[in-house]
Write a protein that binds this ligand. Structure first.
Ligand SMILES: [Zn+2]
Length: 299
């Protein structure tokens, strides 16, 4: 067995953690194989080919539309494709990727080159999945947990008998939750993490940070991950006052989310602005801020 494919349970056969290239670091991601279902295709096309030599992959589930989770779809053309109904339209029309990140191709040619480099193309979705749906795979029961926030149709997958969960991009990385897309929501993200906290997971596969084991540890990691959102709340609120109206635009390039901008600064600044907007939406809904003139003040 190639070393990037690791069985996840002694008791339940046919559940594997499939580690992505660069240990699942972007532009790659980790996958889970359960019976003849593969969740996500970002491990690298080379690894998918190796995996296919060992296993018959009849169905592919995309946890959400992001490029690093669908990049190998084209290698598995003969498989049946599934995703949540909310993300279907983007996976089927990848020209929507740019606008859904709030980007224009001209602003960020490097990203266009990356998409073209991987030859990511449209995938026809054969079947949509919904929250709480059980996908029966041999004697295993894979439950779809709709966890919006990262994208509108983001899903996690919980196998009920083994209590193994695929977390996709509720990924428990130190960066914390990402909700910098137009279909993202910080409020939904919080609720989604809370939904996961209620499950007693024995093991959890993160889309970008490997494998976590133990009910207690996983709950703690989820809590820590969620607390990043509260940190951003505080950081953003510290700029607001009762007298001087401000807008999300005024908080751009202040390293509120990204402590240091990297080579993808163009992307990061747009994502950061969108994320700050999502916090403003949350503050407004909770009546922490109110509109005044052309901006917002503390309520
Ligand atoms: Zn993602």
């Amino acid at each position: 067995m190639p070393e990037f494919i690791k069985p996840l349970s002694d008791e339940f056969e046919n559940i594997y953690y499939v580690e992505g290239e660069r240990r699942g670091g972007y532009p790659y991601s980790n996958s889970m194989l359960i019976g003849d279902y593969l969740i996500d295709t970002g491990i690298s096309n080379g690894r998918i080919r190796k995996l296919r030599r060992k296993f018959d992959i009849k169905s592919v589930i995309n946890s959400h539309w992001h490029e690093d989770h669908i990049l190998g779809n084209r290698v598995l053309k003969e498989a049946e494709f599934l995703c949540h109904s909310e993300d279907k339209h983007i996976i089927e029309d990848i020209d929507k990727i740019f606008p859904f990140y709030g980007l224009k191709v001209a602003d960020f040619p490097e990203f266009q080159e990356l998409l073209e480099g991987f030859r990511i193309n449209n995938t026809k979705i054969d079947r949509v999945i919904e929250n709480d749906e059980i996908i029966e795979i041999n004697d295993l029961r894979l439950k779809v947990i709709h966890t919006p926030g990262h994208t509108a149709g983001h899903c996690c997958f919980f196998e009920e008998k083994s209590r193994i969960c695929f977390l996709a991009d509720i990924d428990l990385t130190n960066f914390g939750p990402f909700y910098g897309g137009l279909d993202s929501s910080v409020m939904d993200f919080e609720e989604s993490i809370e939904k996961l906290e209620e499950l007693n997971m024995e093991a959890a596969v993160s889309g970008h940070k490997g494998l976590f084991q133990g009910v207690k540890l996983i709950k703690e990691e989820l809590k820590k991950y969620k607390s990043k959102i509260y940190e951003y709340d505080e950081r953003i609120l510290s700029y607001l006052s009762e007298t001087n109206p401000i807008n999300p635009d005024d908080l751009v390039k202040k390293n509120i989310i990204y402590r240091k901008y990297g080579p993808w600064e163009v992307f990061e600044i747009i994502a950061e602005k969108i994320m700050i907007e999502k916090h403003f939406e949350k503050f407004l809904k909770n009546k922490i801020i109110e509109k005044k003139n052309n901006g917002y003040i503390l309520n």
